[in-house]
Design a protein around this ligand. Structure first.
Ligand SMILES: O=C(O)[C@H](CS(=O)(=O)O)OP(=O)(O)O
Ligand code: MG
Length: 255
């Protein structure tokens, strides 16, 4: 299994994985998932899981992750009250695109959202049999790290969804959450700088990616914009994401 280079992980030299304070972190691309991990944190900063977090902030009750555009449309056809969302340009049958800047004005109170994107939703579906799956980006970093701390997870697989596991914004965020799970006071600055310099950020800023809003990059780089983690789990045949509040445990001190 090829694992992501973590040479840019401050304080962790070399490659592969990081072991800190009893938590072993692995950073892998979707195609590198050889076995079902126990605990998986699936990272898509730009933009699937930033969008998912905004959907919950706008009132969505749950997000169903679709395997394909056809499945998303079929679910929408069966449940006309659900809101179907895809990346790329707007398309017939879909209600929304994968843009936090566009989504933040939507009223999704009580709605079920069906989401299909190129990387993020694919990554979460690839680990659907894991015992815990968290979908993450910078906007839910602390809640995600706190949930890992609370569970005292000893081994965590971070799925770096973009660019075959090489997307700098996803790797930086994964490494930030891994570090923050063991060191609550971790400074985000260097990690955010890497994400801001990523190919995805440049393409969004240049208008290369369709279905975008000028504020998308900035919204994807807001650390801890939301106080909840996002837990994905199988509910019958569907992989469903729900927000989970993660209050600080008594005595959870900054290390
Ligand atoms: O919407 C996005 O930013 C991307 C689409 S693409 O990879 O740039 O074509 O999807 P995501 O799954 O959110 O990375
Ligand atoms: Mg992405």
């Amino acid at each position: 299994m090829r694992l992501c280079d973590v040479a840019h992980f401050p304080g962790v030299g070399g490659r592969v994985s990081a072991s800190m304070a009893g938590m072993d972190s692995r950073f892998v691309g979707i195609a590198e998932l050889a076995e079902v991990p126990a605990v998986a944190v699936v990272v898509d900063v730009m933009r699937a899981f930033t969008v998912a977090a905004w959907a919950f902030a706008q009132g969505a009750e749950r997000i169903v992750l679709a395997e394909s555009l056809d499945e998303a449309l079929a679910l929408k056809a069966r449940h006309p009250d659900w809101a179907a969302l895809k990346d790329g340009p707007p398309a017939p049958g879909f209600d929304m695109v994968n843009s936090p800047g566009l989504l933040r004005s939507a009223d999704l109170r009580g709605r079920t959202v069906v989401q299909k994107t190129t990387a993020g939703t694919v990554g979460a579906l690839a680990v659907k049999d894991a015992s815990l799956v968290l979908c993450a980006g910078f906007v839910v970093a602390e809640a995600t790290a706190r949930l890992l701390r609370t569970r005292r997870s000893s081994g965590v697989t971070f799925v770096v969804t973009g660019e075959d596991g090489q997307a700098e914004e996803d790797l930086a965020c994964a490494q930030y959450i891994a570090r923050r799970a063991t060191e609550a006071g971790t400074d985000a600055t260097a990690f955010l700088r890497r994400a801001a310099g990523s190919r995805a950020a440049a393409e969004l800023a240049q208008g290369v990616r369709q279905g975008a809003h000028p504020d998308d990059v900035a919204l994807c780089l807001e650390v801890d914009r939301f106080p909840f983690a996002m837990v994905a789990a199988l509910e019958g045949p569907l992989m469903v994401v729900r927000p989970r509040a993660v209050p600080p445990p008594a005595g959870d001190a900054v290390i």
